[in-house]
Write a protein that binds this ligand. Sequence first.
Ligand SMILES: NC(=O)c1ccc[n+]([C@@H]2O[C@H](COP(=O)([O-])OP(=O)(O)OC[C@H]3O[C@@H](n4cnc5c(N)ncnc54)[C@H](OP(=O)(O)O)[C@@H]3O)[C@@H](O)[C@H]2O)c1
Length: 332
Amino acid sequence: MLYHENGRVGLQSVIGLGCWNFGGQWNNKVSKDAAIEIIRYAIDHGITFVDVAESYGIPDGQCEILLGEALANGYREKVTLISKVGWYARRTADHFSAVDGYWRKQAKKAFNQLYRFKEVDFNHRTPELLRLCGHACCGRLKTDYVDILLCHDDKPKDASSFITAFRQLRDEGFIRYYGISTNDIGALQRFYELSNGECAACECDYSLLNRRAETELFKFCHKNNIAIFTRGTLERGILSGKYTASSSFDESCREAWNLGGKAHKQYLNKIAAVEKIVKTIEPEKISKIAYQFAFSNEVHPCVVTGCTSLEQLKDNLAAAESYINPHLLNVL
Ligand SMILES: NC(=O)c1ccc[n+]([C@@H]2O[C@H](COP(=O)([O-])OP(=O)(O)OC[C@H]3O[C@@H](n4cnc5c(N)ncnc54)[C@H](OP(=O)(O)O)[C@@H]3O)[C@@H](O)[C@H]2O)c1
């Protein structure tokens, strides 16, 4: 495993493990036991960070609960834990109040027990609600603190609510660093300025098929010592090379690629681009080159990977043993 100094967050493995694939949103492809095995195997084999969010899983929060179980027995201390708040119930409704049943009741109960407040605004992302979300992350993850808590909204209308909540959580000891998950340079700049330079991490898309971050976002992070975590390295699987124009998908996060789906055209374009890359890099494996391409960038991003089996994880760990052949960088 290779390691990078990643901004002010410090030394991290060049790839980490994202946990979005676990917890039901990918059609239960990975059982709970298999997910725990994958997470622990990753940590035992050099991965130093794991990524999750309050909104991952069905119901929301399920991935954090599962990750919390996997991190028992001493695993928690071995990793940098990244989570995100701001989109609880995004898939079911646009704001918290619409989740009338379980969560609203639980959150109100917890909040009232903890703070004895009677009037909590559950309709908007107020600082106190976001602060409560941070506490809830720690509870689900069964940890005293999350290392990096990110704003999960890539263009927050009111970034200052997040920053106020994150500062409180940091001062209470529930988080170490905070930042934002965004592909938008304007949003990152605003967030950084409003935080008076405290924004310590940015998570953004970056892949062989999507190099937008290179133009401004990477440079801004590098200049301001903001740790960079990238995702989408395999374009949700397309850059593994195993899918074709006629593949079909049954997960909600990929079904728009199917014939008749609203992202079918983009899917076909990506498949065509992948076919071209495969010819250029043969006999190398495209998923390996896709990972190496991402973490070999000069600003030293750390890559959040996702996998649906232990075999895929092993493949991805093997890719993290060396940087990309510079000759390939010239032809890709
Ligand atoms: N901040 C955000 O808003 C955000 C957004 C997206 C993701 N993320 C984070 O990033 C993580 C990664 O997600 P992603 O969508 O960016 O992942 P990705 O790397 O673009 O794609 C991962 C998918 O590719 C396939 N795959 C992985 N390794 C493979 C291998 N060696 N061979 C063949 N296929 C392989 C698996 O799907 P199949 O086997 O089903 O094809 C896997 O689910 C997530 O878990 C999450 O933590 C964050």
